[in-house]
Design a protein around this ligand. Sequence first.
Ligand code: 5GP
Length: 361
Amino acid sequence: MEWCRSLPKIELHAHLNGSIRDSTLLELAKVLGEKNVIVFSDVEHIILKDDRSLQECFRMFDLIHVLATDHTTIKRIAKEVVEDFAAENVVYLELRTTPKKNEAIGMSKQSYMKAVIAGIKSVETVEVEFIPSDDISKKPVKTPPIIDSFGTNTKKIYVRLLLSIDRRETTAAAIETVELASEMKDLGVVGIDLSGNPCIGEWLTVLPALKRARELELPITLHCGEVPNHKEIQAMLEFCPQRIGHAIFLKEDQWKTLRSSNIPVEICLSSNVKTQCVPSYDDHHFIDLYNAKHPLILCTDDPGMFSTNLSREYYIAAKTFGLSKSQLHEMAMNAITYVFADGKVKKALEEIFEDYERKLT
Ligand code: 5GP
């Protein structure tokens, strides 16, 4: 596990509000309990529960959104989440979140995103490279960088953002998110994600927004095949996004389409097993894709929700499928190809991995 922690890693599928520390959620729940907005004892056990079905997860997200959606809290969460990924030696984090509106507290999708960005900029435990032209990259790090047992110096984390469309949204609301993503290209936004409860919403409702994203040259990743909705899976594969997440319930011919399309798959082992979408790690489709040399990236999905981190996901892959250190290293490095950030960032990431290799020899 310690070795997996020391390995530089790239995270491409992590939801902001699924990455909140339990301790932070409990603290927020206590405050709302004291204000009589919620009954703390009713939610404490829900927060601390470990294994949840997919539908229970979405009920939990609704609770998280009650606890966490004001500007100050969003800022705090974004800061903590980046710090937690950096502590696992994640060197590039593509963090996704659904911009939210709440007129009662003066929150617009723009102001929500401003709070997320303010949080990323307020990170103190590690140097954050967020927007190259911004002076935050020159801000001195207040606490010493993390040195692990391999002497790896976690100097920097690159952070970029994906804006998520929630499947519950209308076409107009989804298009609004896409337009916002385009306006925020200079502010660290690199693409669009489609997520939310896979049992809700229609592909045709979000399709115009995804087409608009394509017109605006925003790369797209889709949550695909979390439930056996084969018509939708087919439509998603035919749309040919830059990446897909999960890819669990594909039929034989859809596997063939996926394989020949070479669409990279964001693999979330703990999430898929804990939500019982996949019966066990041994049964996970990771190994078929891996053996077929299909492009894939190990990711966490919701490290807070599933009590995991990216080092642990690499460790699970190694233990379950007998992968060697050099195979894990290769897999981590290959992820550079699939990041949505520009060539300059990819080059910098290559250098980080080269530096790591030099230190090993
Ligand atoms: P947020 O976008 O609020 O930062 O992160 C939480 C949201 O991400 C959830 O409300 C849900 O829309 C989406 N999400 C998180 N995990 C999953 C997942 O495993 N599957 C799907 N389809 N959506 C998810």
